[in-house]
Write a protein that binds this ligand. Structure first.
Ligand code: NAP
Length: 313
């Protein structure tokens, strides 16, 4: 495990080890900036739990999210990026320096900071969701899909994630119910076509989950049709929830400007309202949830951090 030092004034600290953060780190490390990347969980962020990334250029057959993340990391480390496991809880600026407070009480200093902290799965907020977490309820098909081999599974949501993961889960489930609150899916058309032509997926439109129920493990869902108001029960053992993402920006409150949904506001140079502090990827206001975009934004943030140091130190 890499030792991180409170005595060093880092050229650049990056918060978050997903595609945006690792690309920013590739650029700053390659520009010979002493760069430390902090990741509190798994390297790769959301794509590390994505089975197959099919729309990142250069991989015509697609590539597993985990493999792609490891390649991003290896490439950045080859140029000297330091990666450490740590959680930032607060940032502040004093004079020219940025201070990053860590969960363990330590405080790090840097000339520039790049926030690439990504986003977390949104919760449904219905009874049973917390109680049955890891006992039938999951937010990661790659991690937990195999636990439901031969069993009925429900996927909640209508976006790219829900459809893509429903397709993945057909490898395991005896049947995969795709439950969406409207009658139109939001997902890209080619994913919709795959879903509607897959005999193992049953689309349940205009339906919301009222409750996740069972004894020790999930046994059924209580559903409500939003048009007729009819309430019904559906027997499932796995419930995978993909209803969007929420930015992981709680530690920034009061320090940089956030939009009404909590995403970080930046200018076109990825600079936040605090000079020397940049943001990139899914935590940024206007993010698209695409790996290619996160990589591009990470690249801009890394290059701009380098320029900021040249101009200010
Ligand atoms: P998303 O695009 O925001 O879709 C969320 C889905 O959940 C929507 O269908 C929404 O319904 C539904 N929903 C939201 N809140 C709900 C609630 N409380 N109860 C029931 N349903 C609810 O989120 P995502 O699919 O996680 O994708 C996030 C980002 O990553 C997107 O930008 C997406 O394009 C990107 N992504 C891309 C790929 C890819 O390129 N292959 C794969 C995965 C993700 P409504 O439609 O009614 O709003």
């Amino acid at each position: 495990m890499l030792e991180i030092s409170e005595d060093v004034l880092y050229d650049c600290i990056i918060i978050g080890g997903g595609p945006a953060g690792l690309t920013a780190g590739l650029y700053t490390a390659r520009a010979k900036l002493n760069t430390l990347l902090l990741e509190k969980g798994t390297i790769g962020g959301q794509i590390a739990i994505t089975d197959l990334v099919e729309n990142y250029p250069g991989f015509p057959e697609g590539i597993s999210g985990k493999e792609l993340s490891l390649r991003f990391k290896q490439q950045a480390e080859r140029f000297g990026l330091k990666v450490a496991k740590a959680e930032a809880t607060k940032i502040e600026k004093s004079g020219k320096e940025v201070f990053v407070h860590l969960r363990d009480g330590r405080m790090l200093r840097a000339k520039t900071l790049i926030v690439a902290s990504g986003s977390n799965p949104r919760k449904l907020g219905v009874p049973g969701e917390d109680k049955f977490l890891n006992r039938g309820v999951s937010y990661c098909a790659t991690c937990d899909g195999a636990l439901f081999d031969g069993l009925p599974i429900a996927v909640i949501g209508g976006g790219d994630s829900a459809t893509q993961e429903a397709l993945f889960l057909t490898r395991f489930g005896s049947i995969v119910y795709l439950i969406h609150r409207r009658d139109q899916l939001r997902a890209q058309k080619h994913l919709q076509e795959k879903v509607f032509s897959n005999p193992k997926i049953k689309f349940i439109p205009d339906t919301v989950v009222e409750e996740i129920s069972g004894n020790e493990f999930v046994e059924k869902l209580i559903l409500k049709n939003t048009k007729s108001g009819e309430v019904s029960e559906l027997e499932v053992e796995g419930v995978f929830i993909f209803i969007g993402l929420e930015p992981n920006t709680g530690f920034l409150k009061g320090s940089v400007e956030l939009d009404e949904k909590g995403y970080v506001i930046t200018d076109e140079k990825m600079m936040t309202s605090l000079e020397g502090v940049f943001a990139a990827g899914d935590c940024r206001s206007g993010s698209t949830g695409q790996v290619a975009v996160a990589v591009g934004e990470g690249c801009i943030a890394g290059m701009q951090a380098e320029k900021y140091i040249e101009d200010n130190f």
